[in-house]
Write a protein that binds this ligand. Sequence first.
Ligand code: FMN
Length: 728
Amino acid sequence: MVPNKDEDSIPHADHLTVFFASQTGNAESISRNIYEQAQERGFKAAHYVLNDFAKVDWDKEECLVFVVSTTGDGDPPDNSTKFWRHLRKLKGVGLTKAKYAVLGLGDTNYDNFCQTAKRLDTRLQELGATPFYARGLADDATGLEETVDPWIKNLWPALAHQVICTPAVHDLPQPHLTPEEEKIVKSLIGKGTDPGQLPPSTSLKTSSELELNLNEKADINTLSSGMSTLSVSVPAKEKDSMAPFAKYRIVVDFSSMSNHSSLTGLPRVPNANLKITEGDSTTASGSKATSRPIPSFIQTPTPLINAKINSVQCLTATDALKRTLSVEFGFEDDVDYSPGDAFGIWAPNNESLVRGVLEALAVDEHDQNKNIKFEGEGIPSHLQPVKSASLLEVFRYSVDLTSVPKKANIRLYADHATDMTEKQQLMFLASKQGSDQFNAFRAQTPTFLDILHTFPSIKIPVARVIETLPPLQPRYYSITSSPLAKNGHRRWSCAFNVVTYILPEGVNRRGVCTPWLDELAGLVPFGKAISEGLEKTVIPIFLKPNETKFNLPTDTTRPIIMIGPGTGVAPFMGFLEHRSEQRKIKKRLMNIGPRSQQQLDDLFGEMWLFFGCRHREKDWLFKEQMETYKEEGILTELHVAVSREENIPNSGKYVQDLIKKESKRLWDLLDKKGALIYVCGDAKGMAKGVHDELIDILVTNGGFEKTAAMLELNKWAQEKRYLRDLWA
Ligand SMILES: Cc1cc2nc3c(=O)[nH]c(=O)nc-3n(C[C@H](O)[C@H](O)[C@H](O)COP(=O)(O)O)c2cc1C
């Protein structure tokens, strides 16, 4: 990546401002890293979330760095929506003073790769701003680091031409190693013969180009004895145990470590900003997870609702590949919403995982329950609302203990490992040379507890853990019910697969939210709907209105084509219930008798549903409801694809096969009656397959050239006639 630098340009901006927009925390931590490094290098810098855009005077800003991710179906993260609304309203070229650089985070498995970064780049130029450095687009599918590391490395010389640096630290030769790291290197190359106990360092600051010289192979070999393979030592009891979150040792083959004489590309360790001090002495909650109140520090984009489970039904057979539940949540106050909206559930981390981690961090029961507060500059945004809470609550609700660790965290844990072998292994995992091992490590999706168990000498202060773990995220589910139904404003239903799986190593893994709900609802068997005797645990939920108009059209005569295999059918069950209620209302209001069905049908457009399952008897979700809607004429056409059964008449393997079969009739519906298309579900395989099939319909039936068909579909997407609600 070559910076757009003008060799002769003289820096004149007195500071740079780093903005981020982040849904799950990656862009926030990367932008913080840039901000901290900028300061260390002598640049004056500020750091803001994009929604705080009004805190700076944009007319005067001369150097801006943006780190933005993309979420949904090419959408900007929630913490930047206010900024985007503002940006859309701006007119003219008011940003001519500003020079900027954009780093985008995305995933090439999605159609709209790094859409936010690309849109931002275009919009900034329209407003008169000029890029001073090439745009970076990092891909989560291959590893963000591949782009992020070189982008940051080359940012500094580019910045030096924009922003005054006092003192010009970036010009000074950087010492490669801090004294502490010097010690590690010495022991790695065999000068410190006792590899045992190094004091953990809390203040290591290394550049991203940090290089550890491991150039004395023989000594490395000596030191690496006994570390060639970390054996799978899952005790039989743990393996068999039903206890969630048994701790596992991660299996990594370190035997090739001694082939490397140096380690490069080690990420920088994030600064230590957070201090934990004693909070007020009231309200500490050590109570059982089932009965405790929801902590006030949970911040949700719409008001938090205390809900309870009204009923639960298991939609899949015991031998189905996935276990799918339909759950209805009830609450006291009416909430306005539309079918197509979703709601978030703020599920806590598994209680035994939380306790295990706190124990491994040597936090005793008393300290777990003591109220604390956070102090310090640059507290991560998700921790700022924590004014006074117990450590237990913070670990339950604020930090993500199960997502795959980033290299920067591994590097941090290396700093705090007191055993030399573990320190070396962790350093190796975080380095460029250890990429294969890091990938093997990631593939085992280690929890934070697994890391502490695999490297038991890590002695890390709790504050460092809290500020460097990613924020715990709410989980989102489409609403499958209608506000028009009985008590519709005081209940939301959803359908989800329970996320549990077993790794090839025999390790049990589980998601945060769905197994929790499954257990709370009593692990109901197939087919059974339970609404009595459910545990009345308070579940924190909140509405997430659909921002992309994935709702029923206001014109009820407009036909709609709904494509949603598996749990992708969820919002469409809401659409169907809503339409059923709309028909009942119209029938009542217009006094339509049973013989005048046609009169009623004329008021409502056709509804076509394309659904997909593996086996009709095992995982045809909502089968009865779909068939009833069909019988009642609410659902005009029902097409069910079945992927694991052979020779089913009038069917196909996947929804896209059925779309192909109905190509001609679908084109008529689209062309003559202006039908809307809705797609919900997996972004990778299904959405892409359906998209290609739609292009084909336009080409085969509509007479479009392929490129023109693609453009036409894009136009439909912009006009909100082709709507998609996709997930990873
Ligand atoms: C639900 C979801 C939707 C996503 N949608 C897109 C997308 O449309 N385009 C894209 O390039 N990346 C997409 N991504 C990938 C994220 O942008 C990527 O994982 C990024 O590292 C997240 O950064 P953040 O933690 O700062 O939000 C999506 C990720 C998730 C979880």
